[in-house]
Design a protein around this ligand. Structure first.
Ligand code: GAR
Length: 198
């Protein structure tokens, strides 16, 4: 069986990346081919290297806000690795339509809210401020509009009295680590039926 190759883009600790990497064994239809970061200090890079996965860094800072110039470098290691699927996993740069269109229908993102609620940043604080009873995470296909593509899976958590944004983030992250591998496994097999988890 020929496996689908997955490039994973990170900016930080990479706990979602690790959960994806650990899932891609045995009869899984995909294997990791690259972990790529815009931040040389991202803790996830060492974890990926320790797992024997090729890593690369394209720092966005020298491009001084020129997103297209940054992305023209960012795309190179992804193409060189021959990635079939791109997973954004805590990748904290907004991508242009030009970049996204190169991976249309084969790029996924995990977002820490129950989309379409709370696109963008500070999702946990926003859910608390709104007085919501529940919160969660979403895996979706990436389209040019931010945090807006077709939903491939959602997992919910309760919001409890006295929760801080950090409490909520930690509760959601546990679900992220279950949801993203489950969605990727299906997606790599060509199945886009959404996965709904409690
Ligand atoms: C995760 O909670 C992920 O959902 C979020 O960043 C965290 C990364 O953690 N992503 C976004 O906010 C995307 N806008 P990780 O590096 O440990 O996977």
């Amino acid at each position: 069986m020929s496996h689908k190759k997955v490039a994973i883009l990170i900016s930080g600790g990479g706990s979602n990346m690790v959960s994806l990497v650990e899932s891609m064994t045995g009869d899984h239809p995909a294997r990791p081919c690259l972990v790529l970061s815009n931040n040389a200090d991202a803790g996830g890079l060492k974890k990926a290297a320790a797992a024997g996965i090729a890593t690369a860094v394209v720092d966005h800072r020298p491009f001084k806000g020129d997103r297209e110039a940054f992305e023209s470098e960012l795309v190179k290691p992804i193409l060189e690795a021959g990635a079939d699927i791109v997973c954004l996993a805590g990748f904290m740069r907004v991508l242009t339509a030009g970049f996204v269109s190169q991976f249309q229908g084969r790029m996924l993102n995990i977002h820490p809210s129950l989309l379409p609620k709370y696109k963008g940043l500070h999702t946990h604080a926003r859910a608390l401020e709104a007085g919501d009873a529940e919160h969660g995470c979403t895996v979706h296909e990436v389209t040019p509009a931010l945090d807006d593509g077709p939903i491939l899976g959602q997992a919910r958590v309760p919001i409890l009295a006295g929760d801080t944004p950090d409490d909520l983030a930690a509760r959601v992250l546990v679900k992220e680590h279950l949801l993203y591998p489950a969605v990727l496994r299906r997606y790599a097999a060509g199945d886009r039926t959404p996965i709904l988890m409690d």
